[in-house]
Write a protein that binds this ligand. Structure first.
Ligand code: GTP
Ligand code: MG
Length: 407
């Protein structure tokens, strides 16, 4: 069977963000290695119960698909088993939906053992209630898009077997989770400072991690470049170590089966003391996308922590692109850092901000007589020094401290 390389995108919506959502589906398709040959966005409040797009449009699209020899249609929604089946009958090509496409991308990206288990679990949970519709669709697809899985490569269409496999995967994941928790307890005993990068996919989280930690984590202009959580050490002044973690990016309407499957790794990342919420301010969709991320954080109960709002890609943005985020940051009491992870501009301010966050938000100024070299040495050893001024009476040092010390 020939590999599927081209596709047609189908959408039904009369919402304001419909076009942006179709553009995102196009990006997803490209990420999956498909060339988009056509896009149909039907203006309707509700999709057709039987065929998603209306009957008339089905006729039209069938002809289009045939004329251009396109073997695949992708619907910008989660379809039911019967919608998939009916649409395939009408269009006479394979049909997958947005969730299957995203699951497919994840399947191609998962590297760690845990990531692979998680993706397979999400895929099977998605397939189980749709087997009736998918059976034929999956065989049309052969081994291509929508059918890839990190687990058993054989296409599984037997319900009983899938249920057994889901159980086994859940058990395996639970064991991985327990092991991870034991090792995390070991790590946190040392009392290290932790921060986590979060944000929409492609916001620049991995690039920022690399910039701050001098590491080389895979960063690419594609959706879901990062799947597996990564932790790197950022070493600041005075040897303060901050463990910075990077994780999978968020997306509008991220499939529930995926969120559930990734919950434990997401929760681990989000258990950091501080969140660095990265926004791509060069993206015209930056505001609604930030909203998606904030809602997901809320549903994962991680929105009560201190948050630094990182306005990334300022090298590619206009001054006015930043304005709405300043308003938000002051409303929500988030500290804000405009920067470019690519050029490095503004990154030093973030490093300072991180240090001060963990070394103590408050500052204290002391005057040390010149003869008291011991105190001076101790301060330099144990504290983050913000300012030093050599005066006639002695050395005036301003350093970071925690609130309690000031009282
Ligand atoms: N112009 C510009 N591009 C940037 C900047 N930071 C990152 N990028 C680019 O944005 C794209 C995505 O960067 P990544 O670091 O992979 O983004 P991510 O948030 O980790 O994405 P996922 O892992 O896919 O969720 C890459 O092409 C980067 O080179 C920046 O400051 N300015
Ligand atoms: Mg990444």
């Amino acid at each position: 069977m020939e590999e599927i390389k081209t596709c047609l995108l189908l959408g039904v919506s009369d919402r304001e963000d419909a076009e942006a959502s179709m553009a995102e589906l196009e990006q997803l398709s490209q990420t999956a290695g498909l060339e988009v040959k056509g896009v149909l966005l039907q203006q309707r409040t509700k999709p057709d119960n039987a065929t998603y797009i209306g009957a008339g449009k089905c006729e039209e699209m069938k002809e289009f698909l045939e004329n251009h020899e396109i073997p695949l249609a992708i619907a910008n929604a989660e379809l039911s088993a019967s919608q998939i089946r009916n649409l395939e009958d009408r269009l006479d090509v394979a049909v997958i939906d947005r969730t299957m496409l995203i699951l497919d991308i994840f399947a191609g990206r998962a590297r760690s053992a845990e990531g692979r288990l998680q993706v397979e679990l999400a895929q099977l949970k998605y397939r189980l209630p749709r087997l009736a519709g998918l059976g034929e669709s999956l065989s049309r697809l052969g081994g291509g898009i929508g059918t890839r899985g990190p687990g058993e490569t054989k296409l599984e269409t037997d319900k009983r077997h899938i249920r057994r496999r889901i159980k086994a995967l859940e058990q395996a994941l639970e064991e991985v989770k327990q092991r991870r928790e034991t090792s995390r307890r070991g790590r946190t005993k040392g009392g290290k400072a932790t921060a986590a990068l979060v944000g929409y996919t492609n916001a620049g989280k991995s690039t920022l991690l690399n910039r701050l930690c001098g590491s080389e984590v895979y960063a690419e202009n594609q959706l879901f470049a990062t799947l597996d959580p990564t932790v790197r050490k950022m070493i600041g002044l005075k040897g303060i170590e901050i463990l910075l973690s990077d994780t999978v990016g968020f997306l509008r309407d991220l499939p529930h089966t995926l969120i559930d499957a990734f919950r434990s790794t997401l929760e681990e990342s989000l258990s950091a003391e501080l969140l660095l919420l990265v926004v791509d301010v060069s993206d015209p969709e930056a505001e609604p996308r930030l909203e998606v991320v904030r809602q997901l954080l809320h549903s994962l109960e991680a929105d009560q922590k201190p948050i630094f709002l990182i306005l990334n890609k300022i090298d590619d943005a206009k001054e006015e692109d930043l304005t709405p985020f300043y308003a938000l940051a002051s409303r929500e009491k988030m500290r804000i850092f405009p920067l470019s992870a690519r050029t490095g501009e503004g990154c030093e301010a973030l490093q300072q901000g991180l240090l001060r966050h963990f070394a103590g938000e408050h500052e204290k100024t002391v005057l040390i007589p010149y003869h008291d070299g011991e105190t001076l040495a101790a301060l330099y050893r144990d504290r983050v020094i913000l300012n030093r001024e050599d005066t006639e009476e002695g050395i005036r040092i301003t350093y970071c401290t925690t609130e309690e010390e000031n009282q």
